[in-house]
Ligand binder design. Structure first.
Ligand SMILES: C[S@@+](CC[C@H](N)C(=O)[O-])C[C@H]1O[C@@H](n2cnc3c(N)ncnc32)[C@H](O)[C@@H]1O
Length: 402
């Protein structure tokens, strides 16, 4: 595992031509045209417009607003008045953006290279994210108060291959460091999977923290659980916060009592019931995490060598076979699966969560617009971040660090 100072000279930055990110320039230009940030986007946005239509020629700001069918009727428009600015890196579907805006933050730059996530982002925020962070011309990124990044977790997660910095996705954090080095945001706000703590015997986390300190930040981190912030999901994530002169105090975060799954279920919906044999246990207990493992699918299993009376244990070893009671929490929605929900037992029936329920247990408001196919929607929400948790952290960032 290599320090940022060693690799940074090797990082190749391709110049971001206007035509590659034309719509991103244009939408960022529109949403920032009164706050002085638009200078970053003006030239390529105008070039893009000229490319689109010779008749329009060089168009000035007010005309652009009138002539183009841009999306301002979005569920999560930027706040008209704001207290701080932020950038949304690895933006996904905007799990950071919703709570940052709710705390009166104004997003001045976004980057996300997945086409489906970009479409969802545009539909909800009216802005198209810039693409691949590794090929960005960093001059485009404006100065900002808070940098947020839920950088890709597969290289560090148990369900991925855990290659960490050897995986190219694991080195994306260096691209974040480049932006920090160039723009010196007041606050850095990073999020990743729990396993980052243990990856490479703790070395990976140590290096990230040391690199941030070398960049001039005082850093603190903590493992937080979404279920402590009002959603019925057992989802542990590491949060790393850096500031130029103060350490963020995690003890000031206000937590809530853990809710249960049945509080957020849809009354009606296209439910996917389990239509194969299963067993519901008479004897079950609430786990420390808040999960209630209450049964399992009767999948055929290898019986050789299994001690009598423990057959169900080898069945339940596999997560997709397990059934959880709605009197408890749902396990963490996985990020890499297109059917990332587990079986739940509710009012005598076994079914999976609906898409809407999945978005609810991440704390997304019901007005969030969902496009794309079902598999893509599950992947996107499993990749995202718990909205109320980010909201509470942002509130404390404002109080303590801004
Ligand atoms: C863990 S997810 C973050 C999700 C986000 N926090 C949200 O609320 O939806 C990481 C995201 O990084 C994006 N990504 C991965 N590599 C990227 C790159 N080189 N440039 C831009 N985005 C990238 C992925 O498509 C994915 O959506």
């Amino acid at each position: 595992m290599v320090k940022y100072s060693t690799v940074k000279k090797k990082l190749k930055i391709a110049v971001d031509r206007a035509t590659d990110n034309g719509l991103a320039h244009l939408t960022h230009y529109f949403q920032n045209h009164v706050n002085g940030v638009s200078q970053h986007y003006r030239k390529p946005a105008t070039e893009y417009l000229s490319l689109l239509s010779d008749e329009l020629g060089l168009v000035e700001e007010p005309q652009m607003q009138m002539l183009l069918p841009m999306k301002f009727d979005v569920p999560f428009p930027p706040p008209v008045e704001y207290d701080f600015t932020f950038i949304d890196l690895f933006a996904g579907i905007g799990g950071f953006r919703i709570p940052m805006q709710e705390n009166k933050g104004k997003c001045v730059f976004t980057s996300e290279f997945n086409f489906h996530a970009q479409r969802s982002y545009e539909l909800n925020f009216g802005e198209i994210p810039f693409g691949d962070i590794t090929t960005l011309d960093l001059d485009i990124v404006p100065k900002h108060d808070v940098l947020t990044a839920g950088f890709p977790c597969q290289p560090f997660s148990i369900s991925g291959k855990m290659k960490g910095f050897e995986d190219t996705r694991g080195t994306l954090i260096y691209n974040v460091f480049q932006i920090i080095e160039k723009r010196h945001p007041k606050v850095i706000f990073l999020e990743n999977v729990k396993h980052l703590i243990h990856h490479d015997g703790g070395n990976t986390l140590k290096t990230i923290l040391k690199d941030l300190e070398d960049l001039g930040y005082k850093v603190s981190w903590k493992l937080l659980n979404a279920s402590d912030f009002g959603v019925p999901q057992n989802r542990e994530r590491i949060i790393i916060i850096g500031h130029k002169s103060k350490k963020f105090d995690f003890t000031k975060l206000k937590t809530k009592p853990k809710p249960v799954l049945k509080d957020i279920l849809e009354i009606e919906g296209e439910f996917e019931f389990l239509n194969e044999p299963y067993t519901i246990l008479d004897d079950y207990k609430v786990q420390e995490s808040g999960l209630i493992f209450i049964g399992y699918r009767n999948k055929s299993i290898r019986k050789a060598g299994v001690r009598p009376g423990t057959i169900h244990l080898s069945r339940v070893h596999k997560q997709p076979n397990r059934i959880y009671s709605t009197d408890g929490l749902h396990p963490a929605l996985p990020s890499q699966e297109s059917s990332g929900r587990f079986w739940i037992y509710h009012e005598g029936k076994v079914r999976k969560l609906t898409i809407n329920e999945c978005y609810r247990i991440m704390g997304f408001p019901d007005k969030f617009k969902k496009i794309n196919n079902t598999g893509e929607l599950y992947r996107q929400i499993g990749n995202s971040v718990c909205v109320p948790m980010v909201k509470e952290i942002t509130k404390q960032i404002k109080e303590q660090l801004l």
